[in-house]
Structures are given as structure tokens and as C-alpha cells.
Design a protein around this ligand. Sequence first.
Ligand code: GLA
Length: 511
Amino acid sequence: MAMIPTVHALNKYLKKRIFVLSFLFPLIAVAFKADPSTDISGTWRMDIVQRGNVKLSTYFIIHADSGKFSGSVIINGAVELRFRNPHFEGNEAVFGTTWNRDYRLRRDGEKLHVTIVYGVNSSEQAYATAVPEAETKAPPFIQLPPLAVVPANGLAKTPPMGWNSWNHFGGNVDDAVVRAAADRLVSSGLAAAGYHYINIDDCWEGGRDANGNIVSNQKFPNMKALADYVHARGLKLGIYSSPGPLTCGGYTGSYDHEEQDAKTYASWGVDYLKYDWCSAERIYTNDQLQAAYQKMGSALAHCGRPIVYSLCEYGMADVWQWGAAAGANLWRTTGDIKDNWESMSAIGFNQVKTAPFSGPGHWNDPDMLEVGNGGMSNAEYRTHFSLWCMLAAPLMAGNDLGKMSGETLEILSNKEAIAIDQDPLGQQGVPVMKNDSIQIWVRLLKHGARAVAIFNTTKVVKTVVLDFLTINVKGKQKIRDLWLHQNLGKFNVRFKTSVGPHCVALLKLTR
Ligand code: GLA
């Protein structure tokens, strides 16, 4: 009898415990499986020391809650990118960006351990520390000048030719690389073929001195001495900056120091400035592009030295319509070229709407040459070079001049193709026939001759009949092949030829 109340009491006891446990269980579970999101919320700064001993800061602004997070990364103070596909993998916060770099973040004590994943095979480890969010703000906006026309500087009557460090050396450019390029430009015969500018791209900058003067970093001990070295070889020196506070590589830009920097460049003996939008994007709107570029345009006009002015804003806001008014001698019409057929052909074959805006003193710039960098065949490089010559494009070699193959040198120094590029009429070529496999482009030259390029965009040999009506010529034409360096004879009405895969027939037609 006594058992009944006992069982009942036990039941009651267990029910009570289960009730309490069922309440506590989620709390216990949460306590054991800590929410990783609570650890990473906030603003974090990661500093990486780059070559030249220059600090590069990247910020992570993270909003995290209940196992989820979102946010943005500010790379080099230049661009702010939203996280793509943010998710946790264990205790690591993982996300991608549109800049082809992914991140894995994990809390490690007071810091955040960061793995930066570049593409498939390369990654880098670093730590980020917590900072106040205010630190990530762009510097205050400084009023831009009202729009006005900067008078033409009289330079670059034909498209500028030279060499630029970026496509091959990127951030690994230094004083020795530039001197070697200058020597090689001369000894290879390229200087004699018309290549005169030795242009240092990004990653030379080292901050500012106590008076706000821009200084070079450790890789460039003396810019004036370097300019003297380049000038002593009959060449000219180019340099690079940004209208924003930082360049695309995270080095010092010219924001709020435009006149001062123009004077510094002039005092060093600089002859060419490439001015790259980069972090200006965080300060100005696209409506302010012209005024921002004009600001440096007029600073250069008053710096006391003739300096070719090259805009690099990837073709935004139809730069070809106003680049010359901002004082520019050339302006990039596209994003960055890559060393492959897809990138090169997508850029080169799409430069039609810009054609009317090019001419002596002010050129469309479809980006620097990749010839000799290894990502395309020699036939493709011949197409690349021919297309750039048809476009009256600046010819900036972007390869390692010291390790050039015979074929690369032959392509870059094709004097007959260069003569098309440099034709004094300065009229940009245009396509007159396009189909899935062939494009025919024509460029009118001074004294009435025509350059005609027949491009084969397929991977098989094509036979092409060039009908003179298509290119709007009448009567007998003397035809010369500018790659074979041969007169092919006189032709009436049409001309038949075969063109190799991804290759070109570059011809000059004279009556
Ligand atoms: C941008 C430009 C490139 C090069 C790099 C340097 O991407 O378009 O040509 O100057 O910046 O950081």
C-alpha cells in the first residue's frame, strides 16, 4: 500500500525534473555551442606591410547576430565590397568578394585571425585588431573647381609609346627594374622604333614628409636620380598617382595635394602622369569625375614642366567626351586588360563608339600591351598589336624587356605597324565588316592611303575575300603586307587571302 504513494511521488518528481530540464536544455546547448557571431562583430583593421615598407590597411566591418553575419571589407581604403555568401564553417566566418579574394576569419583572443585566399593556390595569414568605426571613414570632401576647359598642352601629337611596369612587374617594380627597362629599351632597338616613355606604375609611393611633400618608398631611393638616368638615355620618365587619398595598391594618392604633387613630379623631372581613380570612388560621385581630373589637369598645366596626362578611370562617364577638356592627352576606355585572348579581344574589338573622340593630342587608351607576357600565342599577340595600331592606341609595352623572345621583339618593333599607329592624321580605325569569324577594320591614313586589318576570330584558318566596295575604295590598289613586309602586287575590285587562327592580315592599300 505504501508503494502507491511512492510511485506517484517518483512520477511527480521525475515530471518536475523533466519539465525543468526541458526548459534548461536549450540554454545548456547554447552555453556549450557558443554563438560564433558574437565574437566577430565590430570594426577590425588588418595591416600588411608591402614591398617598399609601406603599410596597407584593410578594414572589416561586421554585423553579426544569431549565427549569421553580413558586412563589408574596405580594401586599401580604395573600394568597399559587400561580403558575398557569408557563412560559418565551424568557428570560422567565411565570405567571398567580387575582387577574387575570399576571407576566413576566426576570433583569436583579442584579435581576429584572417586568412586571405587569392584564387585557388595562394593565401596569406594575418591578424586584425578592433578599431573605432570612425577610422574607416573616407577623408572629408573638398570642393572641386567649377568645370572649365584646360588648354591643350601640345603634347602627344601621336599616341604615346613606351613601357610601363604594371602588366609584368605589378608591385615588384623598383629602381633597378626601371633602370634595366630603360637600358633594354635602348639596346633592343625599341627606343629607336619610337618607344620613349619609361613609366613607373603603382607601388612607388612612400607617404608624405612633414611638409606634405610626397616621397618615394624604400624601393625608389632617389626619384630625381632615376629621372636623370632615364633622361641620359634619351628617354622620358612616367609616374603614377590617384585623385583619391590612396592608389589601387593602397599607396599614397594625391587627394588634397594635387598642386603640390604636380610640382614635386616636375622637380624630379617627370614627363608623364597616369592618374588612376581608385580610392577617389569613396569621395566623389561619377558626376564629379571631370572636375576631379580637371583639378590635376590644371595643376600639371601650372607645374612648370610639360607632362603628358593620362587618365585611368576605366571608361566611366564617357570619359572620351570630356577627357581632353580636363587637360588629358589620353584616357583609359576600359577596365584592366588581362593576358589572354578573351580579355584582349573583348576590349580591342569593342572600341567603336570612342572612335570620333580620338585625335592628335588626345587619345583613347584601351590599356597597355600584354605582348610577350606569355598568356597568348604569337599569332594572338600579332592580332593584339595590329588591333592597337588600328585603334591609334598608345603603345605601352608591358612585358619584361630583359627576357624578351625574338618573336616578342619582332612584334613590338614592327616599324610598318607602328607607322600605322603613329600616322599623323590620328584617325582611329573602325570595323566595316563583322561576322562570327571575320572582322575587317579600316583606318584612313594621311595622304589618302588606308590601313586594312582582316582579323580571324576563330581557331581555324579562314580564306577571306576583301571586296573593295566594303572598304569604300575604287580603282587599282597597291597592297603591302605589313607583317610579311612584302608588296603583294596591284589589285582591282577584290583581294583574296587566308588568315590563320586568331591571327590577322595587316595591309596597307595605296592607289
Ligand atoms: C588599376 C589600373 C591598372 C594599374 C593598377 C595599379 O587597376 O587600371 O592599370 O595601374 O590599378 O594598382
